[in-house]
Ligand binder design. Sequence first.
Ligand SMILES: [Zn+2]
Length: 476
Amino acid sequence: MKRNAHRAAFAVLAVVALALLGACSHSMHAQRHHDAHHAAVPKNIIILFGDGAASTQWELGRYTSRELRNRPFAVTDVVLKQGTLGLLTTYSADSAVTDSAAAATAMSTGYKTNNDMAGVTPDGKPVRTVMEAAKARGKRVGLVTTATVHDASPTAFSVHAKSRRESQAIVDQFLAFEPDVLMGGGRDYFLPKGKGGGMRSDGLDVMAAFGAKGYDVVQAPSALAAAAGPRLLALFADDDMDHEIDRDPAREPSPAEMATAALRVLSANSPNGFVLFLENENIDTSGHRNDAAALVRDLWAFDDAVQVALEFQRRVPDTLIIVTGDHETGGLSWTYAQKDLSSMSSSNRFYPGRAHLDLLMAIRGSLEKASDALGKKPTAEVLDAVIAKQFPGYVLDADLRALILSGKTIERNVSYLPHGLLGRMVARQTGFYWGTSGHTTEPAVVGAIGPGESAFRGYMDNTDFSRALHRLIDGR
Ligand SMILES: [Zn+2]
C-alpha cells in the first residue's frame, strides 16, 4: 500500500516535471526557430510509435543510453528537448484503462471507442483514419511494425475492425487499401492453412495477391535492403517479430533497418509526400511480460529508428517527425528496496544505480525465451538450470520458486506466467518493480519536430492528437 502510494506520487511528479520541461524547452526552441516553421504544413509526416511507452519508458531509454552506451537518446535529447512536447490522456470509451486498439483509434480518427475496436465508433461505424486521409490527399502511405501488421495499432491507423482479432478480414482490407509499404510480422493471415505458418481459412495466398498487384514481396533482411520497386510488402515472421535482445539479424531486420527501407520506398516518386507509421510493439510486450532487460534493448532499437528519421529530415526538411506512444504498459517504477527481509533498517536498503544496471544487462535473453526454455510444467532441475544459464548472478527466492513450479501467480494483476514471477526476481535485485501485467493510465508523451510541430503542444486528449494530424494532412 505504502509502496503504491509512493509510486503514484512519483508518477504525478514525473508528469508535472515533464510538462514544465516542455514549457521551458519550447520557449527556448521558439527563440531558435522562425515562427513560420511552426505554422507550416509538412509535406511528409513520420509517426514513430512506441506502443506501451510513456514518460517512464522514455526516461529509462535516456538514462540507460547515457549510462551504458555513452550516447544521447534521440527521443528525449532531440525530439522532446528541441521540438514541441505534449501529453495525451488515454482513457477509452468504456474504460479508464485503454487498450491499444481504442487508443490508436482515438489517435487516428478522433473518436473514442471501446477497447478491442479499431477504426470504428462504439456502435461499429467506420470513421476516417489517418492513412485514409493521407491517401485522399494523394500521399503515399506506409505501415511498419514489429508486431503483426494486422495488430491493433497499424489496423486503427488505416482500416476498420469491430474487433482487433479479426485478423483475416483486416488483411483483406489491407489488400484492398493498398498501403505503399506494409512491413512487419503476421505472415500467418497472408497464407492459407497448410502453407508455412498459414492460418487463413479461405485457402487464399494474399502474399501472392500483393505480388500480382506489383508489390515487391520480401521475407528476409537481405531482400529488404535490395527491394527497389515502388511498393513493398515485407513479412519477416509468422506472428510477432522478436525482442531486440533475442533477434537474429539474418532472419529479422531491426526497426532502424525497416525505417530505412520504408523511407527509401515512400520518398521515391512522391510529389505529394507521404505518411509513415512505424511502431515498435516490443516496448509494450516487454511491459506486459515485466521484462526490464528486454525493454532497455527495445527502447534503444526504437531510438535507432528515430535517428534514421532525423537523418532523413536533415536531407528532406519539409518532414514532420512525431514520436509518441499510446499508453504506458506495466506500471514500471525503477525504485529502491530492502536487500532482503531480514531487516527494515536503511542500512539494508539499496538505491539502484550502475551496478544494478550491469546486473540487468547480464541477463541473456528475454523472459519469453526463458518461458520457452521452462516449458509448460517445469521440474525443479529445469528451473534451476534455466536460472543459472540465463540469469547470471540472480537468486530465485523460495516464494517465487514455489509459484513457478506450481503454475500459480503472485497477485491478481500479474497474468503473464512465468514472466511476471521471473520479472519479480529481477526486480528484487535491480529495483525494476512492475505494478501490473497490463496497461496503466499514465498520460502518453508526444514529441514533434519539424514543420507543423506546434500543433502538438500541451496537455491534450488522444483525440486532439488526431485532429492536429488530420489538419496537417489536409493542409489546413
Ligand atoms: Zn499492450
